[in-house]
Write a protein that binds this ligand. Structure first.
Ligand SMILES: Cc1cc2nc3c(=O)[nH]c(=O)nc-3n(C[C@H](O)[C@H](O)[C@H](O)COP(=O)(O)OP(=O)(O)OC[C@H]3O[C@@H](n4cnc5c(N)ncnc54)[C@H](O)[C@@H]3O)c2cc1C
Length: 510
């Protein structure tokens, strides 16, 4: 009997899953063993690499996958906890009578690649009945490996480069509807549902009590499909007129939790939603009338995503500040734990920065322009801290944490990459209504929600509350320096000093 071990890692879905559909449709495969591995110990609701919201979200995704596989294809997802190699070795004896093919999603993440290489060396090469097969285009539209190895490939630097690349690959790409890889649920039970035991096997009921409560964004494929329907498919005008730079960073009026953009990133980064599904939904809407185009359209956002995946594979040391061709080696300041902790916990005395960071700490998500504001503030704007410190904090906390995208965007915002905005364009962390951060300033509802100390402050002073006269602070019930921090830095002085330091660093590099 031929068995396919389907290893779910970053594509936690049944729909448009190239790995699963191959196993399900292949004539050569008789039985399927779907599996997911929690490869880190859970301590106090989090793991070494995942903060509590990120972990909870991922758990929801795995639980939903478990349900969907059972209901749609009559397959049992095996959930394990422990080192990946140990897990595979613990089941290999039971699979001895079979020809086993380990099916893997292609990944650009070096940690995944290292794990896969180890498994190849220690398991596949030493067990004659095992072989492995990797599948491209699970996380992306492009076949990343094929593109970066094609002759004439140059790392893309801009949206124009990406448009050219997509044109070359797909022709008139803006209207293209990509073929998806769906397993036919009507043929339920067509493959044998393989069951194995292992000391590493865990039930989801064992893990759930260790986690925090579900957050604003519940994880899972069903939630992903529902959000796609609610925010994209049923919002044709919204899709046609989508313009990212015009979207409001302080979320939806009346609901300070709900993104003004699609809010699909947590589902895309965990692979609960196929990127092709989102692309196709937009293509279908855009076919019939005028619409915005890249870089500002939803397709444009997907192109940025594809660009960072290409770069993450083709640029050596993508996540490093040294030896990375996409990172200028700026002489950042010494790590200042006090400054970093204030930023991280939303206690900088700058209400917009604090509101954004508190939103991240409570929900695991933040609007793109909010991310612009806080990353600029931490690096070249005010605090002059190395971008990698902020990157690490985002990586643990974001429920949409994605190695390729997080590094790419931090490089972008720190002003160190060839594709960065000019380093001297610094956001004012105390914005007015005209700021390109697109902050709702009239009622300042977002600030009042996330920084409740300031909830009674007049809007006029709420973005720079230490400038409010004492009687206003008293009548708002919030004394600055006592009930809410004074600014941890002089924003104008630090801006001026940092601009000079950045310029000097660049001169030294020449
Ligand atoms: C410092 C910083 C760190 C970031 N880290 C991450 C991260 O770890 N994971 C992540 O998914 N996004 C990251 N982003 C990109 C972006 O902020 C989020 O993808 C976006 O805010 C998600 O919201 P949305 O789904 O409503 O986006 P929409 O505007 O609705 O866009 C649709 C999809 O396009 C993709 N996308 C949008 N913007 C970008 C972008 N700038 N780069 C790459 N892909 C994009 C996402 O998959 C997103 O879900 C980061 C941005 C910054 C500035």
């Amino acid at each position: 009997m031929n068995v396919a071990v389907v290893w779910f890692r970053h594509s936690l879905r049944v729909h448009d899953n190239p790995v699963l559909s191959w196993a399900y449709e292949s004539e050569d495969i008789d039985g399927i063993l779907p599996m997911y591995i929690f490869d880190e110990e859970i301590h106090e609701r989090s793991t070494a690499s995942m903060g509590e919201h990120r972990l909870r979200f991922r758990f929801d995704c795995v639980e939903d996958l478990h349900r969907n596989l059972k209901n749609q294809l009559d397959l049992d997802l095996h959930v394990f906890s422990g080192d990946c190699l140990d897990v595979f070795q613990s089941i290999s004896e039971q699979l001895q009578p079979f020809e086993v093919t380990l099916l893997e999603e292609y990944s650009t993440n070096p940690q995944d690649r290292k794990q896969s290489e180890l498994i190849e060396r220690k398991l596949i090469n030493s067990n004659q009945n095992w072989s492995a097969k990797s599948f491209a285009s699970c996380q992306t539209i492009l076949d990343v490996e094929a593109v970066v190895n094609a002759s004439g490939y140059r790392p893309p630097k801009s949206m124009n480069d990406m448009v050219r690349l997509f044109n070359k690959e797909f022709g008139d790409f803006d209207h293209v509807v990509f073929k998806t890889n769906d397993s036919n649920p009507s043929a339920k039970g067509r493959k044998q549902n393989l069951l194995v035991n292992s000391e590493h096997r865990v039930s989801l009921d064992q893990i759930r009590p260790m986690l925090s409560a579900p957050g604003y964004f519940p994880g899972g494929e069903n939630e992903a499909i529902a959000r796609l329907e609610k925010k994209v498919i049923s919002q044709r005008d919204y899709v046609r007129s989508f313009s990212k730079p015009k979207s409001v960073s302080t979320n939806t009026q009346g609901n300070p939790m709900e993104p003004s953009t699609t809010g699909l990133s947590p589902y895309i980064s965990t692979g609960c939603l196929s990127i092709r599904r989102l692309w196709n939904a937009c293509s279908e809407i855009q076919q019939s009338s005028d619409h915005t185009v890249p870089p500002v359209s939803i397709h444009g956002q997907i192109l940025f995503r594809e660009m960072f995946y290409l770069l993450s594979r083709s640029v050596e040391n993508w996540d490093q500040e040294f030896g990375n061709s996409q990172c200028k080696e700026i002489e950042w300041g010494e790590l200042d734990h006090g400054l970093l902790d204030s930023w991280d916990s939303g206690q900088t005395g700058f209400p917009l920065i604090d509101a954004m960071m508190r939103q991240l700490n409570t929900t695991g998500w933040m609007h793109h322009l909010g991310r612009h504001a806080v990353s600029c503030f931490l690096t070249r704007g005010q605090l002059w801290q190395n971008w990698t410190h902020g990157r690490d904090i985002f990586e643990r906390k974001l429920i949409d944490s994605d190695w390729a995208l997080n590094n790419g965007n931090w490089l972008w915002l720190a002003g160190v990459a060839p594709f960065s905005m000019p380093y001297y364009r610094i956001y004012n962390p105390c914005p007015d209504a005209k700021s390109s951060l697109n902050v709702e300033t009239k009622d300042a509802e977002f600030i009042r929600h996330w920084v409740p100390e300031l909830s009674e402050f007049p809007s006029k002073y709420i973005f720079e509350p230490h400038l409010a006269p004492l009687h206003i602070q008293e009548s708002a019930g919030c004394l600055i320096g006592k009930d809410y921090p004074n600014p941890i830095i002089d924003r104008k002085e630090s801006r001026k000093k940092n601009l000079e330091s950045f310029k000097l660093s660049l001169q030294k590099l020449r």
